[in-house]
Design a protein around this ligand. Structure first.
Ligand code: ATP
Ligand code: MG
Length: 578
């Protein structure tokens, strides 16, 4: 491909709406253009990258024994009603009506469709296990589309679904997919960490996310991990052991009483005023779950984890209550306390859920639903809660102890590029996806599902591989392997050697661009670095001595080589990544 013909417009300025590096560089280097919020055109360079990622995925999925198919993008409401998700899936589900008024949705994921395919076809245990996958556009009306391809509304996903007769076979396939994912991300030049995670709206029991670890804002997930063992988990799922803390306030309070705590709106103010450790304070947090207020009780030195809380309640949607909602809740129960003084006592008919660590608290301090007042020396039995549910609703913090080996946990950020779930019978049961076992008994399939964000993987690769000048594509997913740059378009020798190198690379299966533009060399080099060609051969003045400059983008290394030496290195390296 000649650069003069390549469909690419590079920009010197960073687009104003691009917060993270991958978004900035993919726009600046001419890979993507926004059509509307969270929806992008994948221009020719981007499409080449995406096709390469898809090819690697197909290769590894096929090798792992999965079979590719393609399901429709538009899905009928009826199937989603069968699974119960028409009502359960929130605003992310893009619903629409056809001209006859029939309701449909744009596929955000395909469990319903694949289960319907399976139940028509897989009737006997003899046909199992099966793993089917597709690579296709998905649409999710994300609450906050952002970060370019990292969180789009329309994006490309590889989604696979497995059907097994037994839990054991599901677990085997889960391991099989784990290995395939490891291979896929390795081949894409991405270092990933598999972390335990919450199963979210898709449901099921066991799941892992494959994370690209990053220390930038692009990492939307907090990952807790242990250096001493293999424990790693998303914050929505991580657990830990706590170091010893003061949880019995006997020496501070010898009786239960209500005392004035003027202006103690925060935990810090209260702890200072009473001269106690914050581990002795029971914090009452008001959340709105599926439009109803609930109260979460947690030791005040710790924070609540919303996903854990939501799961413990079995709700669909959670957010912290506004001060107006808290005021209304107080009023409905005959109180008037402002936030900071809320407590569980007297909150009849409100669901109250306590973190497991609250069980150990004795003689503690808690809000008394009256402004500027707290109850001290309190115990759970004093609070008159008829039904108190305990669960792990606590957000782990770095430094807490690894649940597996007891060493301090560390935290980092991750971009989730893929995940694997053991779904069990979550879809097969309600949708009547059954097979006959060896005894002729009808049983629901034991399912798994396995996703990879193709577009997100490309963006994550940019997050992981770039510098201030541009992208440093891993060779296996670069749009082109190399660029050949004659320094002066007016120098006949430079132009003819550059052409020869270009032809030779092409005929040896190297994907190469010849920068034949009548531009200044500085412009050509800047574009080459921005676009991120893994190799650059520059043909300049030294060609009179028979030498070219050979630049490796990933390392920045510059070598003076003969054209043939440079050509051989590229051909060999490209061969080795195939
Ligand atoms: P997230 O927690 O980031 O929203 P998810 O749990 O909703 O992801 P899945 O439903 O399991 O993700 O989808 C499988 C894969 O699809 C994810 O691992 C991710 O790589 C990709 N993906 C999900 N949502 C988006 C999105 N909005 N934009 C781009 N890729 C996405
Ligand atoms: Mg999501």
């Amino acid at each position: 491909m000649k650069m003069s013909q390549l469909f690419v417009q590079t920009l010197r300025e960073t687009p104003s709406d691009a917060e993270v590096v991958s978004h900035q560089l993919l726009v600046r280097a001419g890979y993507i253009r926004k059509l509307t919020s969270g929806v992008y055109n994948f221009l020719p360079l981007m499409w080449r990258v995406l096709k390469k990622i898809e090819t690697i995925i197909r290769d590894e999925m096929d090798k792992a024994g999965a079979q590719e198919l393609l399901m429709p993008f538009v899905q009928p409401k009826e199937l989603w009603e069968e699974s119960g998700r028409w009502g359960a899936y929130g605003g992310e589900l893009m619903r629409l009506k056809d001209r006859h008024g029939r309701e449909m949705c744009l596929g955000p994921t395909h469990e319903e469709i694949i289960t319907a395919i399976a139940r028509d076809a897989l009737k006997s245990y003899k046909q199992l296990p099966v793993n089917l996958y597709q690579i296709q556009s998905k649409f999710r009306d994300e609450r906050r589309p952002r970060f370019g391809l990292l969180r789009g509304r329309e994006f490309i996903m590889k989604d696979a679904y497995s059907f097994a007769a037994t839990q054991e076979d599901l677990e085997k396939e889960y391991q099989n997919m784990w290995q395939a994912y490891t291979n896929i991300f390795n081949r894409c030049g991405l270092d990933t960490k598999a972390v335990q995670s919450d199963s979210g709206a898709i449901g099921g029991n066991v799941s892992h996310e494959f994370m690209v670890i990053t220390d930038t804002d692009a990492g939307e997930n907090d990952v807790f991990y242990c250096d001493d063992c293999d424990y790693a988990a998303n914050s929505n799922h991580a657990i830990s052991n706590l170091a010893e803390a003061v949880t019995d306030g006997k020496e501070y309070f010898n009786k239960t009483e209500i005392i004035p705590t003027p202006n103690c709106h925060t935990i810090e103010q209260l702890a200072e005023f009473l001269n106690i450790p914050s581990t002795l304070i029971l914090k009452s947090l008001v959340y709105i779950v599926d439009k109803k207020p609930i109260i979460a009780l947690i030791r005040a030195d710790k924070a609540a984890e919303e996903t854990k809380l939501l799961n413990a309640i079995g709700g669909l949607d959670i957010r912290i209550a506004t001060s107006e909602e808290i005021a209304e809740l107080m009023q409905n129960h005959g109180f008037s306390a402002v936030p900071g003084f809320i407590g569980p006592k007297g909150m009849n008919d409100v669901q109250i859920i306590a973190d497991n660590t609250v069980k150990d608290m004795k003689n503690f301090v808690v809000g008394a639903n009256q402004t500027d007042v707290h109850m001290v020396g309190a115990n759970l039995c004093d609070l008159g809660m008829s039904e108190l549910k305990y669960a792990d609703i606590r957000l782990v913090e770095a430094g807490e102890l690894c649940p597996q080996c007891g060493k301090p946990l560390k935290v980092t950020r991750g971009i989730e590029v893929g995940n694997i779930f053991q779904l069990g019978t979550k879809y097969s049961q309600p949708m009547n996806g059954v097979f006959l076992d060896a005894e002729g008994k009808a049983k629901p399939y034991i399912m798994g599902c396995y996703g990879i964000g193709v577009t997100r993987t490309a963006a994550a690769a940019v997050e992981a591989h770039h510098d201030e000048w541009g992208i440093k594509w891993p060779l296996a997913i670069a749009p082109y392997h190399a660029v050949v740059v004659p320094v002066s378009e007016n120098d006949e020798q430079q132009v003819s050697v550059a052409n020869e190198i270009y032809e030779k690379l092409k005929s040896n299966g190297v994907e190469v661009v010849l920068d034949d533009r009548a531009e200044r060399p500085g412009v050509k080099f800047k574009d080459a670095d921005l676009i991120g060609f893994p190799f650059r051969i520059t043909v300049g003045k030294t060609i009179t001595d028979g030498n070219v400059e050979f630049v490796t983008r990933a390392t920045g290394e510059k070598q003076v080589l003969t054209p043939n030496e440079a050509i051989s290195i590229i051909i060999e390296t490209v061969e080795n990544t195939k």
